[in-house]
Design a protein around this ligand. Structure first.
Ligand SMILES: C[S@@+](CC[C@H](N)C(=O)[O-])C[C@H]1O[C@@H](n2cnc3c(N)ncnc32)[C@H](O)[C@@H]1O
Length: 313
């Protein structure tokens, strides 16, 4: 463990002291940073890591937060290593979960440029036997800490993994309707800004930059122009992580909300899907993740992508 005091950056983060945000904090931090391709993966709790990053530095964040009661990532990693057969759920109250998210998204707000975006993939989750309206609560939690709500996009997964709809087949009567779940939310927030940045932070990009980042409209009149995106989910055998989002989802978000060379961050990086999309689309990308095993896996895959990208340039 590496104990840091007020504003002193950790040596392996290699950051300039004057760029570290001024704040009266004293905390224990244990992080490791791995540079790869155009970006990096930092192993650590994003709450600690974000405090070491410069203010107003990133233009876009994309993430999907952990469902701390539903997936025990410590146990999942042990299972991947063959050390245990199955994982147990963690006992965490909904209010503690709210605090966990609010603390971290508040720190995220500080590192995003005014006018920059925070895109979050989130869906309702079961808590104590009840289905909670997590995405809807999440919007008001984010608004309470200063994020401005912009868009609600539904990611429609072609395949349902649950058997909920089967209940009505067995009991074809009112009151037995439990639709299979194929929708997740992709909620877009913006950091408040003044002037022209308020409506579009990219208003002052040069024509050359615009031309280089022009969005291909050939396939735009289909589903991309609407707020329901149909994207195939990642199959369990395609990724070691228990709940990755598709690279295609990250690519869409990155293309709609950033330019080449911009800085993109994923504070709960998991298997590094945002980093991979960022690398492919020539963004500077930072992922933060607590689990060594996922960091290792993300780095392995990123290395392959970075090498391939270099070969084709
Ligand atoms: C829903 S998963 C993200 C999956 C990722 N989008 C992907 O496609 O692989 C959430 C991740 O957050 C990580 N995590 C949990 N608490 C964290 C924290 N405090 N700081 C950073 N990462 C954390 C978990 O280990 C898990 O990998």
């Amino acid at each position: 463990m590496n104990v840091r005091k007020k504003n002193k950056p950790s040596p392996h983060l290699g950051r300039k002291t004057n760029l570290v945000r001024e704040r009266e904090i004293e905390y224990t931090i244990s992080t490791k940073e791995y540079e790869i391709g155009l970006g990096k993966i930092i192993k650590g709790d994003c709450l600690d890591v974000l405090k070491t990053l410069s203010s107003n530095d990133f233009i876009l964040a994309f993430t999907s937060p952990p469902y701390l009661n539903a997936i025990n990532y410590d146990d999942h990693v042990e299972k991947v290593k063959g050390k245990i057969q199955r994982w147990e759920r963690k006992e965490i109250s909904y209010d503690d979960y709210r605090l966990f998210l609010v603390e971290r998204f508040k720190e995220l707000l500080a590192v995003i440029k005014p006018g920059g975006y925070n895109v979050v993939n989130i869906s309702p989750v079961g808590w104590n036997g009840e289905r909670t309206a997590l995405p809807f609560h999440f919007v008001s939690w984010m608004e309470s800490i200063g994020w401005k709500f912009k868009e609600d996009i539904i990611w429609e997964k072609s395949i349902a993994r649950d058997k909920r709809s089967g209940v009505l087949l067995q009991h074809p009567y009112p009151g037995y309707y439990y639709p299979s779940l194929v929708a997740e939310y992709v909620l877009v927030f913006q950091k408040p800004a003044e002037g022209k940045n308020k409506t579009n932070i990219y208003w002052n990009r040069s024509q050359r930059e615009k031309d280089e980042n022009k969005i291909n409209l050939n396939d735009y009149q289909g589903e991309k122009s609407k707020n329901v995106w149909k994207i195939r989910p990642v199959a369990p055998q395609e990724n070691v992580h228990p709940c990755p989002f598709p690279i295609e989802l990250a690519e869409r978000v990155i293309q709609f909300y950033s330019y080449k060379g911009d800085k993109v961050i994923d504070i709960f990086a998991g298997s590094g899907q945002t980093n991979i999309a960022g690398e492919r689309l020539e963004r500077y990308h930072v992922g933060i993740e607590t689990q060594d095993e996922y960091v290792r896996y993300a780095l392995e895959r990123l290395k392959a992508v970075a090498t391939q990208e270099k070969l084709f340039k």
